[in-house]
Design a binder for this molecule. Structure first.
Ligand code: BGC
Length: 354
């Protein structure tokens, strides 16, 4: 119904950062900044019709620049980790930036897409859209090939936030784009997400080592705390004496959807907060989701909006993606993009009430 642009802040080098607010007839509101293409606010009603902001994040640009956690950001070139920060593609070995645990590469490296200013184009209408584009030069953060990326955020009439990802390259490369929004359906300032219920259409997950690099095993969820094929609360099996949960401090694992990648987006996850009545359905055509239960949300220096303190498990991410470190495991999903191919996928976060 409307889209509006406002100043959000200025980078040290003088570049201006803007915020874009999308509104629909139903009264929902979505705010995105062009720094990192970050989703900084989603205001949707509870069962009484009261809006709350269900996205964690900050009030000011400085925290988006210096705070950790990739709040709401678009992630690229490669979501999650690349073990040893290197990979071999078509016989050639590439080294990518090390920015995690002194050895691995996380979320695209030192200056990933989360730290870029994206070009923004506003499209008004019943379902307002923000089209974000950027070009990543050949060799950026060590990745081969020039990459042209387009991400479109749409707020639909039925309170869905649709994220369309698109990219093309000029040399063979690897790619794994996602969004790193932290959700709390009670509102960003309502504490732990242990009572949220989650259903995931995932029959296996990827165990990791202590630095959160997948071991290579694709393990069935059956009989483990990772079984969300029947809806349950996040707290129910949050047991850090379980080896995999203990290594990560909670859920921070790639869950693999039944049957893998699909042509069209399919319903793959449902998150429900019975207290507020808010529910979020997640549709995607990606093969996996990284379910991260906010196990590092404890940086006191960067409180959330309105000075609400960070807190472990105060929010969770559902990052649709291909498998982390896929290029280093022959049994993992394909993550190679070649010239002439189009990288294209859609994730929909649909908000409703129960
Ligand atoms: C990863 C976590 C990481 C976090 C950064 C998540 O996508 O799975 O391991 O710490 O991003 O905030």
């Amino acid at each position: 119904m409307s889209i509006e642009k406002k100043a959000f802040g200025i980078l040290a080098d003088g570049r201006k950062v803007s915020a874009y607010t999308l509104r629909n007839e139903a009264g929902a509101k979505v705010k995105i900044i062009d720094f990192g293409g970050a989703l900084v606010q989603i205001k949707v009603p509870d069962r009484e019709g009261n809006n709350a902001d269900v996205i964690c994040g900050y009030d000011q640009l400085d925290s988006y620049i210096n705070g950790d956690g990739y709040q709401g950001a678009l992630i690229g070139r490669f979501g999650n980790r690349i073990g040893g920060s290197k990979f071999t593609l078509d016989g050639k070995t590439y080294k990518v930036s090390v920015n995690d645990n002194g050895v691995n590469s996380l979320h695209g490296g030192i200056c990933g897409f989360n730290a870029k200013i994206w070009n923004a184009e506003m499209v008004d209408g019943d379902e307002p859209r923000l089209i974000l584009t950027l070009t990543s030069p050949d060799g950026e953060e060590g990745y081969p090939g020039k990459l042209d990326v387009k991400v479109t955020y749409t707020l639909t009439a039925n309170n869905s936030v649709v994220i369309d990802y698109y990219a093309v390259c000029d040399k063979p490369t690897i790619l794994n784009l996602t969004n790193h929004a932290y959700f709390n359906l009670g509102g960003y300032n309502s504490g732990k997400i242990f009572d949220h219920k989650l259903w995931l259409d995932a029959d296996s997950y990827l165990p990791t080592d202590e630095k959160l690099i997948p071991t290579g095993e694709i393990r069935s969820v059956t009989g483990t705390p990772f079984d969300f094929t029947t809806e349950k609360t996040i707290g129910q099996d949050f047991d850090l004496t379980n080896t995999d949960l203990g290594l990560a401090g909670g859920f921070d694992h790639c869950f693999n959807f039944k049957g893998g990648e699909t042509e069209e987006p399919v319903l793959r996850g449902i998150l429900t907060d019975e207290k507020s009545g808010r529910q979020m359905k997640m549709y995607t055509n990606q093969p996996c989701v990284q379910f991260y239960s906010g196990n590092f949300l404890n940086n006191e220096k960067y409180p959330f909006k309105n000075n609400y303190p960070q807190g472990l498990q105060n929010a969770l991410c559902l990052e649709t993606q291909k498998m982390p470190d896929a290029i280093n495991h022959d049994n993992f999903t394909d993550c190679v993009l070649r010239p002439g191919q189009e990288y294209k996928y859609t994730t929909i976060y649909e908000f409703g009430v129960i």
